[in-house]
Structures are given as structure tokens and as C-alpha cells.
Design a protein around this ligand. Structure first.
Ligand code: NAP
Length: 435
């Protein structure tokens, strides 16, 4: 083992790191490599900490298992990187109450508790930043907080979950079944053993609710956003999508219109040549739409220790500079926070108007299309096209109907009626077509 490094004492901002896992370790590396002297790592806190110790960490850094030791210390900023709601929430509250600024990458905590935590930070004249909680290393939250705050944004959409994008883009390029793409993502460490939170949209909608907070100044609980799973998408759907000059991606979107937040997360057809269609593997893309500046796109690594650590350390530099300038001026500590104190709490709806892709799987017999057309017509839904590839077994025959634009609420009752038909092997896969 290398000998621990010792450092001269400086007036740099003191930083305590809680959670020495994938991201925490990368953050510590950057802080220990840093030569600019603005930030000084003072504590590393983790359960069973003995096994975590590293020779490259300076010898004066205190390794501890005790959160209270961190809260009682002279650290000015606490970095929370343990994840989850408990005990991370108590730690963040404890740090803010003790007047310490907090940096976190914890999307679940921020998506649910950002407004009360921001208020607690403000009441204690300290700061809360969470730039790494959405899109990992892609600096979209700082861009929303500062670079785009001069615009009036009305929409944010994105590919926010690298696991889903890896799986869908692998099915697209290799035409492998969903199950095989999932196994491959798990083997490469891009998906957890239980990947439900990613596949079923829970992870992406937590991130969408943070983007809506930062960009649209709206407070929306993640659970209020409809999440549709990608599990039903198969290689065949990419063949049909290609016939429509499209591909399939998990898209998260939020549009603020006349006091309602239209929001949805799930697999969607997008033009193959569009920015969304071109995002491959586990990258993230966020597109913002503003009244004045139009569309802006942010693309990059949405996960991984080092890219995510860059976002955490960038927040650290921002808060350290802010603390230092407030100390050297007459302003109270924490006066530089860029977060508004008031947020809208709009009605949340998933009733977007779009064209639709419906893929059926049926036991073939004469009159199926006629029966489906009858139901669609009874709900005043117009068919755009009927697509059927040859060569499939008549006992489980797939085909596609695309619909002209209509609202989700208009389509839903027709879908229920069609799912109950005796020739339907399972409910049709229903995907919006986003042009
Ligand atoms: N990894 C990414 O690419 C990424 C990207 C964006 C955001 N994030 C977010 O960053 C945060 C950290 O993620 P990560 O990937 O670094 O997680 P991780 O590798 O699981 O690291 C978490 C660390 O915290 C420790 N820990 C967990 N619970 C603890 C407790 N109750 N008391 C003390 N220590 C505890 C763990 O110790 P053990 O070793 O004992 O488990 C581990 O060292 C999460 O909020 C995550 O959502 C991660």
C-alpha cells in the first residue's frame, strides 16, 4: 500500500463525504487529486468503514461510521452519496439544521422532498444542490438553474434512464429479444438484478419531477406522473417502427400548458433521424423548450462513478465559491442560492394528443380488422394505416394499426374493449408516436 499523503492546513472549504461507493470514491479521488486548494476533504463516512480505507486518501482525513461525528464536525459542506430515502433523508436534514450546506446525487430523496429541504436550507442560511441527481454527468440542472433561467421554459423531454436506453438500442441494432437485451445489460453492470425501477419507469419519472422543479418551477410528486413499462417492446416492434421511419426509446416528457402539467414516461416511437432516435447505449439526452430560446439539447453520460462525480464536485465548487463570497461581503451566508422559494403545484395529466402505434397479437381468423375498426370508429378514432409483415404463425399473429392524433383519454376506453375480444392473445402494445 502507498503511504498516506499529508497536506498543509489551508483555508479551503471543508467537505465531509458520506457514502464511499461508486460515486463517493470518484468524488474523493477528484478532491484528493485537486490542486486548486478550494476544497478540502476532511471526513469520509461509511458503514463498516475499515474495509473502505484507501492509501491515496491524505492521512489527516477522518474515516468514520458515525453520522453524528460528521454533523458535529467543522465541515461546512456535507456530500450525501449513500442513496435511498433512509437514513439519507435524516442525514441531509441533520446537516442543513446544523447549518451545513449539502450536495447530493439522490434522485429519490430530491424528487420527493426537494421543496421542504430547500426551505430548510434557506431557513438555516445554507445551500442544497443536487446537480448529479438527473442525467449523472450531464450538467442539465445547472443549465436550468442559471444558463436558461432567463427564458420561460414550457417543456422538457428526455432520455433519462441509461438502462432502458441500453436495452432498447441493443434490441434495435441486434434485433435480439427483450429478455436477452436485459440479461446483457445486467452482465455489463448497466442493470440491477431487480431492474423494475428502471424498466417500469420509476427512476425516469423521479428525474422528470426534478427537471420539472428546476426548469418549469413546478412541484410534482413522481407518483403523479404516469409511468409505462418497456417490458412489452420486442424486436418486431423495431421492424414496424423502421417502416414508419421511427425507432423506439423510453421518453420522459413534461409540458406546462395553461396551468396543467402534461407528463408521461414510457416507450415511444420517435423519428429515427431525430436527436432522441440517435441516442445509443446508456447515454442520456435532455431537450428543453423555451418561449424565447426555442429548443436546447444536453447529451452525455447519465451514470458512472467519474461522470457523476464531476457533477458533484462542480456543485461543491459552486457552493464553496458562494460561501466564500458571502463571507467576504455583508450578505448573509447562503444568499447566493439560485433556487426559487415558491413553486407551482399544477394539475398533472397524461392526456397528450398524439398519433398512436397499436401492435396486436391475435389468434387469426376472418373479420379481425373489421371488428377492431368497428370499435375504433365507435370511439371516433381514425385509422392511419394497417401494417402486417408476412410469415408469422396464424396462432399468434402480430400486426399493427396506427391511429391519427387523438387524446389518451379518448383512446383508453377503446383499448379496454379491444383487450377483451376473444381473438386477442394479450392487450395490444400501445405507444405514442412523437413527431
Ligand atoms: N452510480 C451512478 O452512476 C449514479 C449516477 C447518478 C446518481 N447516482 C446516485 O448517487 C448516489 C450513490 O450512488 P452509488 O452508485 O455510489 O451507490 P453505491 O455504490 O451503492 O454506494 C453507496 C455507499 O454508501 C454506503 N452506505 C449505504 N447505506 C449506508 C448507511 N446506511 N450508512 C453508511 N453508509 C451507507 C455503501 O456502503 P456499502 O459498501 O456497505 O454498501 C456504499 O459505500 C445514489 O443516490 C445514486 O442514486 C449514482
Amino acid at each position: 500500500m502507498n503511504a498516506p499523503i499529508s497536506r498543509a492546513r489551508t483555508s479551503a472549504c471543508r467537505v465531509a463525504l458520506v457514502g464511499f461507493g461508486t460515486v463517493g470514491r470518484s468524488v474523493a479521488k477528484i478532491l484528493c487529486d485537486s490542486t486548486n486548494g478550494r476544497l478540502r476533504l476532511t471526513h469520509i463516512c461509511n458503514r463498516n468503514v475499515e474495509r473502505k480505507k484507501q492509501p491515496w486518501v491524505p492521512s489527516d482525513v477522518i474515516w468514520t461510521e458515525d453520522f453524528q461525528a460528521v454533523l458535529n464536525s467543522d465541515a461546512e459542506i456535507v456530500v450525501e452519496l449513500i442513496g435511498g430515502l433512509h437514513p439519507a433523508g435524516d442525514l441531509v436534514r441533520g446537516a442543513l439544521t446544523a447549518g451545513k450546506s449539502v450536495i447530493t446525487a439522490n434522485k429519490q430523496l430530491i424528487a420527493r422532498h426537494s421543496t421542504d429541504l430547500l426551505q430548510l436550507a434557506s431557513a438555516n442560511r445554507c445551500q442544497l444542490e443536487f446537480g448529479a441527481s438527473v442525467a449523472g454527468g450531464v450538467p442539465v440542472l445547472p443549465a436550468l438553474r442559471t444558463g436558461l433561467c432567463g427564458d420561460r421554459l414550457h417543456g422538457i423531454s428526455g432520455i433519462l434512464n441509461g438502462t432502458c436506453n441500453y436495452i432498447l438500442s441493443r434490441i434495435e441494432t441486434a434485433r435480439i429479444p427483450f429478455s436477452e437485451a436485459l440479461e446483457e445489460a445486467q452482465a455489463r453492470g448497466y442493470a440491477e438484478a431487480d431492474a423494475s425501477e428502471d424498466l417500469d419507469g420509476g427512476d425516469a419519472r423521479a428525474k422528470l419531477s426534478i427537471l420539472a422543479l428546476a426548469g418549469l418551477q413546478t412541484r410534482v410528486a413522481p407518483e403523479a406522473v404516469r409511468a409505462r413499462t418497456i417490458r412489452g417492446v420486442d424486436a418486431l416492434d423495431f421492424d414496424y417502427a423502421a417502416g414508419l421511419d421511427c425507432t423506439i426509446r423510453q421518453i420522459s416528457r413534461a409540458d406546462l400548458k395553461e396551468g396543467t402539467l402534461f407528463a408521461d414516461v414510457g416507450p415511444s416511437l420517435v423519428p429515427a433521424s431525430s436527436p432522441f432516435g440517435r441516442v445509443q447505449r446508456n447515454l442520456n439526452l435532455v431537450v428543453t423548450s423555451g418561449h424565447y430560446g426555442g429548443d436546447m439539447a444536453f447529451l452525455g453520460a447519465g451514470a458512472g462513478g467519474d461522470p457523476t462525480a464531476v457533477a458533484v464536485v462542480s456543485d461543491l465548487v459552486f457552493v464553496a465559491e458562494s460561501l466564500s463570497s458571502s463571507q467576504s461581503s455583508s450578505q448573509p451566508r447562503g444568499a447566493h442560492s439560485h433556487w426559487p422559494q415558491q413553486f407551482l403545484a399544477p394539475k398533472v395529466s397524461c392526456d397528450f394528443e398524439t398519433p398512436w402505434y397499436l401492435r396486436f397479437l391475435v389468434k387469426d381468423r376472418p373479420g379481425i380488422i373489421a371488428r377492431l375498426a368497428e370499435i375504433l370508429s365507435a370511439h371516433e378514432l381514425n385509422i392511419d394505416a394497417v401494417l402486417q409483415k408476412p410469415g408469422f404463425d396464424k396462432a399468434a399473429l402480430p400486426f399493427v394499426i396506427t391511429l391519427e392524433p387523438c387524446c389518451d383519454s379518448q383512446l383508453h376506453p377503446a383499448l379496454e374493449q379491444m383487450a377483451a375480444l376473444d381473438f386477442a392473445i394479450k392487450p395490444c402494445l400501445c405507444l405514442p408516436i412523437l413527431r
